[in-house]
Design a protein around this ligand. Sequence first.
Ligand code: FAD
Ligand code: DHB
Length: 394
Amino acid sequence: MRTQVGIVGAGPAGLFLAHMLQREGIESVVLEAQPQAAIEGRVRAGVLEHAIARLLVEAGLGDRMEREGLVHHGIGLLFGGAVHRINFAELLDGRGVVVWSQHEVVKDLIAARRAAGGDIRFEVSDVTLTDIESKRPSIHFRHAGHRHVLSCDVIAGCDGFHGVARPSIPPGALQVYERILPLAWLGILAAAPPPADELIYAHHPSGFALASMRSQHVARLFFQVNPDENLGHWSDARIWDELDQRLAGDDSGIVLTEGAVLQKSLTTLRAFVAEPMRYGRLFLAGDAAHVVPPTGAKGMNLAIAGARVLARGLTEFFKSGDASLLERYSDICLNRAWAAQRFSWWMTQVLHRNPRDNAFDLRRQLADLEHLVSSRAAAAALAEVYVGPPLERL
Ligand code: FAD
Ligand code: DHB
C-alpha cells in the first residue's frame, strides 16, 4: 500500500488534517486503533474558540455546529459565594465561543471523510513506524486479521498523548517539558438542565468545580478530586452532593437540578510539551506533542489549529515542492501551544486547591479573582485568551 500522508489517529487533529488535505487533492490514509462507535461516543472537550469555530465553517464542517452548538458571550466566575460574569461580548467586540462537543466534531469529520471516499480504517493494531528519517517512511499495522505496510511520503503522528508516534522518535532528539499536577477532575455527563445559561468556573474551599453543558437538557459537570481517587467510591448521590456544595452552597444563587448520570470519568491534570514537533518525515500534531490542563478549554482547539498549519505546509510541499512552511510548522505550533500552556496553567492554579497550598495561597487566589472582576483590563485579558487568538497568517 502506498499513500502521500499516512495519518495515525482519528481524533480532531488527524481527521481535520485528512479533511483539509483531501480538499486540496492530497491523498491520505487514516489509521485508528479504536472502533468508530467508541470514538464517536467518547465525551471529552466541549468549547470551541471563536476562530476555530469559523475555521470549521469555512472547511464545510459547520452545518450541525451552527444549528445545534451554543454560542456563549461570557462565563461566570463563582467565588466567595457570588457569581461574577466576564462579558466577552462587551470586552471583545462581540466575539464569543461555541459550546459544541468534541465527539460531534469527530462525527462530522468522519462523515465528511466517508462522503469524499477517503481511506479510514478503524480497529488497527500493532502500529509501528519505520524509516522516519528517510524520504519513504512506512507504517506497519494489523487490520482485519492481516498485516499491512503503508509506504508514505510523510507520516502525521496524531495519535494523542499515549500513541506510538512520539516514542518512535529517538529520545535524544526531543526536548520534553512536563508537569503532572497533584489534581484530577471527576467529570459527569448528566440528563439534567445545566445549572446556568453560561459556563460557571467555581473556586471553593473544598476545591474547583465547573458547570458546563452539551444542550439545554444535558449538563457536563466536573469537580476537582485527588489523582488517586477511586471512581467506584463515588456513587451518583455522593457526586451530586459534592457538586451541590461547591456550586450551589453559600447562597450562590445557583440551583443544581439532578438527573441520570450518563457517563463518569476521571482525568489527571497534566502539562506536557515535546519539542520540536517534527523528526525527519514524521510530524506530530495535537496531544501527541502537547497536553494542557483542561481548565482553559484549549486542548481540542490547539489540535485543530495545528492540523491546519500542517495541512497548509503539506499542500505547499506536494504542489510546488516548497518546504518552507513545513520547516516553520513546529515553531508556529509551539508558539500557540506555549501561550495555551501559560493560560491553562494560570486558570488551573487560580481556581484549584493544590494539596501543597496553605491559607496564604487561598487568600492570594481570592485576591487574584477579585482583581479579575474589578479591573476591566484584567477581565479583558482573560476574555481575549479564552475566546482564543486569531489563526496564524501562513
Ligand atoms: P486524541 O483526540 O487523543 O486522538 C488521538 C487518536 O489516536 C485517538 O482516537 C486514539 O484512539 C488514537 N490512537 C492512539 N494510539 C494509536 C495507535 N497506536 N494507532 C492508531 N491510533 C491510535 N480538553 C478540553 O479542552 N476539555 C476537556 O474537558 C477535556 N477532557 C479530556 C478528557 C480526556 C479523558 C482526555 C484524554 C482529554 C481531554 N481533553 C479535554 C483534551 C482534548 O480532548 C484533547 O486535547 C484532544 O482530544 C486532542 O486531539 P488529538 O486529535 O490530538 O488527540
Ligand atoms: C468543558 C471542558 C473544559 O475543560 C472547560 O474548561 C470548559 C468546558 C466541557 O467539556 O464542556
